[in-house]
Ligand binder design. Structure first.
Ligand code: NDP
Ligand code: MG
Ligand code: MG
Length: 337
């Protein structure tokens, strides 16, 4: 099996001696900044004035402008939305980089697709948690963590990998396991996972199931429980013990239906489509189109977002969840990127 790195074998001294800047205070930013601070690292947050800057101050962090934080720090982690990174990097971070500094990412997008081209005399590495930022924070406070990938793109100081491991330990990820990868592998697998399986795959599977039942005349409430609510309960069993654990818990009738009907839904055609999605990621076509969409003011993004929010499954779900206050959704923005 591939080498995994865990908490007790990582020496974080190399990062303890550095000044750290976390740029951005959103989903990942708030988690990295707070977890590192509580792990005893010297953290400042670089952020434009606004809502999340106020939040960072309320959370007791040392808040500065992006330029100031970058100038002061030795290790600079960019946790802005991928599509915003290039402009902020060029205007405020690059002019403040010194030889021997480190530039860090939680996703390889901007380096892999050559949006950001750092100077040769800085370390460039990634620490990519395999989970939403709000869970990077929540699991840390519970004494756990979400797994992370690390990868080194440029090792100017000879310390890049040790810094990456120390960062992963500092945010709690080494409690779950840290795996070494490359920017190419992290970028392409992350984009594929979120598009084909985790976000795009799951929502469209749920929606197709819900629509099939409702169009056949069944109650939307029943279709919601069946196709959406129970998804988490089933996935929890898979998460805890794999497919076998889930199949152990369900009825033999459900298990038989899983074997005979699953492949009728997720056919070889679906896999062929997944391969096409992967090809567009590998060729840079997806990245190019997403950057163009941003440059055009996001017309299609906004249209799709509105359409999805208006889908009947969202309406019936909102009503049903009101009656299940223990679910506590809506108060928490959980984002997988
Ligand atoms: P968010 O969208 O949550 O980041 C928002 C933060 O960036 C806010 O502080 C916001 O400030 C600031 N910001 C937004 N636009 C700009 C801008 N144009 N100029 C300056 N600041 C800006 O980002 P994520 O945490 O989702 O993503 C950060 C990185 O982490 C990305 O590389 C992503 O791929 C990666 N990643 C994200 C995961 C996730 O769970 N979300 C999972 C793994 C990796 P303001 O409040 O002022 O708008
Ligand atoms: Mg992602
Ligand atoms: Mg991801």
């Amino acid at each position: 099996m591939t080498k995994m790195y865990y908490h007790n074998e990582i020496n974080e001294t190399v990062l303890k001696e550095k000044k750290i800047a976390v740029i951005g205070y959103g989903s990942q930013g708030h988690a990295h900044a707070q977890n590192l601070k509580e792990s005893g690292f010297d953290v400042r947050v670089g952020i434009r004035p606004g809502k999340s800057a106020e939040q960072a101050k309320q959370d007791g962090l040392d808040v500065k402008s992006v330029a100031e934080a970058s100038k002061e720090a030795d290790v600079i982690m960019i946790l802005l939305p991928d599509e915003a990174q290039k402009a902020v990097y060029e205007a405020e971070i690059a002019p403040n980089l010194e030889p021997g500094n480190a530039l860090v990412f939680a996703h390889g997008f901007n380096i892999h697709y050559k949006q950001i081209v750092p100077p040769a005399d800085v370390d460039v590495f990634l620490v990519a948690p395999k989970g939403p930022g709000h869970l990077v924070r929540r699991t840390y406070t519970e004494g756990a963590g979400v797994p992370a990938l690390i990868g080194v793109y440029q090792d100017a100081t000879g310390n890049a990998k040790d810094l990456a491991l120390a960062w992963a330990k500092g945010i709690g990820s080494a409690r779950a396991g840290v795996l070494e990868t490359t920017f190419k592998e992290e970028t392409e697998t992350d984009l594929f996972g979120e598009q084909a399986v985790l976000c795009g795959g799951v929502t469209h599977l749920i929606k197709a199931g819900f629509e099939t039942l409702v169009e056949a005349g069944y109650q939307p409430e029943s279709a919601y429980f069946e196709c959406l609510h129970e998804m988490k309960l089933i996935v929890d069993l898979i998460y805890e013990g794999g497919f076998s654990n889930m199949r152990y818990s369900i009825s033999d009738t459900a298990e038989w239906g899983d074997y005979v009907s699953g492949p009728r839904v997720i056919t070889e055609d679906v896999k062929a489509n997944m391969k096409k999605v992967l090809e567009d990621i590998q060729s840079g076509k997806f990245a190019k189109e997403w950057l163009e969409e941003n440059a055009n003011g996001r017309p299609r993004y906004n249209e799709y977002k509105k359409r999805e929010q208006e889908h009947p499954i969202e309406k019936v779900g909102a009503e049903l969840r009101k009656m299940m206050p223990f679910i506590n959704a809506g108060n928490r923005k959980v984002v997988i990127k």
